[in-house]
Design a protein around this ligand. Structure first.
Ligand code: SF4
Length: 270
């Protein structure tokens, strides 16, 4: 049934920006609803961070997922074609549709954590009854403010930022090679699970891999891992005027530098 009152919804991804936005808006919009679109393929660190955010907010973060339509189910529907930046069916089925179902026909203001220092706009749904708002952009909140907000709230950052630049599925195809290495070293069992999704069509020989031109089996070979690490180190050292100290800064910079087509969707990664 359609509600006449405008609903205020913040979709929390498990990443730093949406968590900071939740803290920022907590006392400004008392009726705000918090949701998390759970793909069922998230990292344990994400759930742990969400639990901390929830405790801080003193409100439940409602978990949204479509029963019986998990990643494996969708993969079958898509003939085993793994999702990719060009074919983001995972975001559509595992994040956006559950969100839109939750919203229904109600008029909703959807708060999005894009910061003032980011040169992009974003909208996660095309439904006309959903209006996007960007409080960080409106109020000039930048990356350093996000860190401060989370610090002051006692939340800090999600653990995965030590080896990965964003929230979302452990197998997310937006990962850089060094992040796949991070997955291999921090969650070898999840790396294996991601690897198991990669297939070669026995008839055509076509390979279904998460990344371009390289399977995870190839990427995980010790000499390749050493090469990726060396290249990453070199990349960091070539950044003379950029953040060098914290890995989170370096990862965040790299994510900020990605072009629009190669960026994870807001609902997954903010
Ligand atoms: S995190 Fe990556 S793999 Fe997961 S739904 Fe989002 S885009 Fe797809």
């Amino acid at each position: 049934m359609k509600s006449n009152a405008t609903r205020h919804i913040l979709s929390i991804s498990g990443g730093k920006d949406s968590a900071a936005l939740a803290v920022y808006l907590r006392n400004k919009i008392p009726s705000i609803e918090y949701v998390f679109c759970d793909t069922g393929e998230e990292l344990d660190e994400t759930y742990a961070y969400l639990a901390r955010v929830e405790a801080y907010l003193g409100s439940t973060i409602k978990v949204l997922k479509q029963e019986g339509r998990d990643f494996r189910h969708c993969l079958i529907i898509y003939n085993n074609y793994l999702p990719s930046p060009q074919m983001r069916w995972c975001t559509k089925h595992l994040k956006i549709i559950p969100f839109e179902k939750y919203v229904g026909d109600d008029h909703v203001i959807n708060y999005i954590g894009i910061r003032a220092d980011e040169d992009r706009d974003g909208y996660i749904s095309r439904k006309r009854n959903i209006t996007a708002r960007y409080p960080f952009k409106d109020d000039g909140i930048k990356k350093e403010d996000v860190f401060r907000i989370l610090d002051e709230a006692g939340l800090g950052l999600p653990e995965y930022y030590k080896w990965r630049s964003r929230s979302g599925c452990y197998f997310c195809f937006f990962q850089q090679k060094i992040e796949w290495v991070g997955l291999l070293e921090n969650h070898p069992e999840l790396f294996k699970r991601a690897m198991a999704y990669e297939k070669t069509d026995p008839e055509s020989g076509v390979r279904f891999t998460w990344g371009d031109n390289e399977s995870l089996e190839e990427l995980s070979r010790p000499e390749r891992v050493a090469q990726i690490k060396a290249e990453h180190k070199e990349k960091i050292e070539r950044r003379p005027n950029k953040a060098k100290g914290l890995l989170i800064d370096i990862f965040a910079e790299m994510a900020d530098e990605e072009d629009e087509n190669n960026r994870a969707c807001f609902i997954c990664s903010l």
